[in-house]
Design a protein. Structure first.
Length: 387
């Protein structure tokens, strides 16, 4: 620590927690002496710049508190956080929060990619870590969030991977209960895994063949019709379960299966069947893809999937060979074109009304039921028969 003079101004020089600090005071040496003395006192009393020493809390301690105090209480996806914390602990366990810097997080990103993990999974883990540091700051356990200085990976959310009928049969032939019923249910409803694991018998109306989905991603309730083949599967499952068990897909104790337990079973099953690049969520893509190929219109698929906007649903439109052609024909019928004088024109709006009626008939006659036929959900192909 000391004083230096340059160009008529006095500077003070000192160290704080191993880092050199230098301040310009001005032309007065007396004032420079006073400020330097004050800085020495602040450093000695750990009050430098009115910032007290940071709480020394380790990463794993904060992670446990974050899961129990916040994630499990407030987030539907808390189970995802449990898995993320487990992965994060592999590198950051034992380190104090104040020791974790952006460069260490960049090293973590690179290591996870080297392990064969997808960018989407790494982003989930970083998002969990970012949320944890945010709460640590709110709770007075940290002063900065290093994850905010780290760039997340760009994701491609337009991936559409679905099972052909022969792949679906191969998958079902190699599995047992309860996974078999869960797969059949997913392919016939397009429900997310979290929606399936949270489904209760109170939400299933077998008399009306209707499923009410309450715990949805966007918070909006939706209704999904149940095919005859799926109704038989549900009746058989209901017969095996105790009346006291609330969950449709629960274990022998009546508790619901955890999402990641089912995901683990499913990944082993897919690997055994020799089906590549396929996740449980792709069963939802299978549902939507076969619906579109069976002739269901995009708006009906959107409602069944529970998409808030049409953008996400349009990824399946290329699977409908007549999707764009029908749109062009709709325009052709609507316009009284001067370039086709020999053709008999239709009254205004008649073509549009015919197209709308055709679309409605497609939904009623070829929509959901056609998708069921397209998947051959009978006993011959997919093993959906009652057992």
């Amino acid at each position: 620590m000391g004083l230096t003079r340059k160009d008529g101004n006095w500077f003070i020089d000192y160290y704080v927690r191993g880092r050199r600090k230098r301040e310009k005071i001005g032309a007065s040496k007396k004032l420079a002496d006073q400020v330097l003395a004050k800085r020495k006192v602040e450093i000695a009393e750990n009050k430098y710049l009115d910032v007290r020493s940071q709480p020394r809390i380790r990463f794993e301690e904060m992670a446990e508190e974050y899961l129990g105090r916040y994630s499990k209480v407030n987030k539907k996806s808390w189970e995802r956080d449990v898995v993320s914390v487990k992965r994060l602990n592999c590198l950051f366990e034992g380190k104090y929060l104040s020791e974790i810097k952006p460069r260490m997080i960049e090293d973590y990103k690179a290591k996870r990619l080297d392990d064969g993990v997808t960018p989407c999974t790494v982003n989930h883990e970083l998002a969990c870590m970012k949320g944890m540091f945010t709460k640590a700051i709110e709770w007075g356990k940290a002063t900065e969030n290093p994850v905010k200085k780290v760039k997340f990976f760009k994701e491609n959310n337009q991936r559409v991977r679905f099972l052909e009928k022969d792949e679906l049969k191969l998958l079902l032939d190699g599995c047992r209960e309860p996974v078999k019923s869960i797969i059949i249910f997913a392919v016939n409803t397009g429900m997310r895994l979290s929606e399936i694991t949270n489904l209760e018998w109170a939400d299933v109306d077998l008399a009306r063949k209707l499923v009410t989905v309450k715990n949805t991603k966007n918070g909006e309730m939706r209704y999904i019709p149940v095919s005859d083949a799926l109704a038989d599967v549900l009746k058989n499952r209901r017969a095996r379960n105790s009346d006291n068990y609330p969950y449709v897909f629960g274990n022998l104790s009546g508790e619901r299966y955890r999402r990641f337990t089912i995901s683990h079973w499913f990944s082993q099953l897919v690997k055994k069947a020799g089906i590549n690049n396929f996740r449980f969520h792709d069963l939802r893509h299978t549902f939507a893809s076969h619906l579109v190929m069976a002739g269901a219109d995009i708006m009906t698929v959107k409602e069944l999937l529970g998409h808030k906007t049409l953008t996400m649903t349009l990824r399946y439109s290329h699977l409908s060979p007549n999707f764009k052609r029908q749109a062009i024909e709709l325009l052709n019928k609507q316009l009284d074109t001067f370039w086709t004088p020999a053709l008999e024109t239709t009254p205004k709006n008649e073509g549009l009304n015919e197209a709308v009626l055709s679309s409605e008939n497609s939904v009623k006659n070829g929509g959901y039921s056609s998708m069921v036929r397209a998947l051959d959900c009978g006993s011959r192909c997919c093993g959906f028969e009652s057992r």
